[in-house]
Design a binder for this molecule. Structure first.
Ligand code: 3HC
Length: 309
């Protein structure tokens, strides 16, 4: 089984003690993250806090810098709440480099892409990552629904490609889905599981099928909430209240759609529908029209709820 040794921990920076491992055949110390949206930045923060060196690649240096500034703000909040010390914050920030150069990922042992949910974009990226990174590097996707095998087959190392799917907000949610395409080796899956555990997460393994576990179950529910609203059965506020109060969910379906992003939610439903042709996955017309209107949820300031005040 692959052994995983975050560099910070090796140098005693991570603060966690780790029993010596007999003879590690593989070591993940430096993690590349491609994409600095909600998920990419959350995964970068999670990995840095967990002792990994992180190279965060954004399309422009200014976005990379802004993401690092937002990460500092998030860590500052945790210091204020007494959940982290100033030293832990500073060490985590010192482990992260922001860049616009894809070539800066050359020395990474693991790269996780979290760019737009567009298969053509991801396929081109995997071909580039295959060229740039060392032969032993694991290449992973944080896709919610797209076929991991399509990305794996763009590389000369399909055995070293898998899905590592975090949940939003990544620093908080404890689950990681480790997605096994037909080509992945047991070593790759074991290393991905170990990486998730080293990030303090609980990994579950799942077949490379659209929606994996969580989104295959979650999105029909979210879509049906939009249906109820479109049918005039109840208001957004009352549907959210009902699911919080009646089911103990931490947030209602509309607050969750806005958190995930309506564009991402629509892309997930479309990918599920493409794969299964199940009417349960057919996105509600209102959702599609809100995306066209650029009402994307929290990130645009307006979705089913209004965040502009
Ligand atoms: N980064 C870091 N920490 C955050 C955070 C963020 N973005 N958002 C919230 N937190 C922390 C807060 O600091 C707080 O910590 P504390 O209690 O120790 O002080 C804790 O999380 C709770 O936050 P709040 O008190 O601000 O607010 P809530 O209690 O309402 O919790 C929530 C917010 C964690 C988002 C909670 O509402 C929740 O769990 N919602 C469900 C989220 C969910 O279902 N996510 C999965 C979406 S599906 C998905 O991601 C799949 C993808 O493919 C689309």
């Amino acid at each position: 089984m692959a052994a995983l040794l975050p560099r910070g921990k090796r140098l005693g920076l991570g603060g966690l003690s780790q029993a010596p491992l007999a003879s590690p055949p593989m070591s993940i110390a430096r993690v590349g993250i491609v994409g600095s949206g909600i998920m990419g930045s959350g995964i970068a923060e999670t990995a840095a806090v967990s002792g990994f060196e992180v190279v965060l690649r954004s399309r422009s240096q200014s976005t990379a810098d802004a993401t690092l500034a937002a990460m500092e703000k998030s860590l500052n909040r945790q210091v204020e709440k007494g959940k982290k010390t100033e030293e832990e914050r500073d060490q985590a920030l010192a482990r992260v480099t922001g860049t616009s150069e894809l070539d800066a990922l050359a020395g990474c042992d693991l790269v996780i892409e979290s760019v737009v949910e567009d298969l053509d974009v991801k396929k081109a990226l995997f071909a580039d990552l295959d060229r740039i990174t060392g032969d032993d590097a694991i290449l992973a996707t944080n896709t919610s629904t797209l076929p991991v095998i399509e990305m794996a087959m763009q590389t000369g190392r399909p055995d070293k490609v898998c899905g590592i799917h975090f949940f939003n907000p990544a620093p908080v949610m404890s689950l990681v889905e480790v997605v096994r395409p037909l080509t992945a080796s047991d070593e790759t899956i074991a290393a991905a599981r170990q990486f998730a555990e080293a990030c303090g997460k609980t990994p579950v393994e799942v077949k490379d099928q659209a929606g994996f576990i969580v989104n295959a179950l979650l999105f029909p529910y979210l879509n049906n909430a939009v249906r109820l609203f479109e049918q005039g059965v109840a208001s957004v506020a009352d549907i959210d209240s009902a699911m919080k109060g009646g089911c103990g969910f931490p947030m209602g379906p509309f607050a969750l759609l806005d958190l995930v992003g309506l564009d991402t939610s629509l892309a997930i439903l479309d990918a599920l529908y493409d794969e299964f042709k199940d009417p349960n996955y057919a996105a509600m017309p209102l959702l599609r029209r809100m995306v066209t209107a650029q009402q994307l949820g929290r990130k645009s300031g307006q979705g089913f709820l209004d965040y502009r005040k």
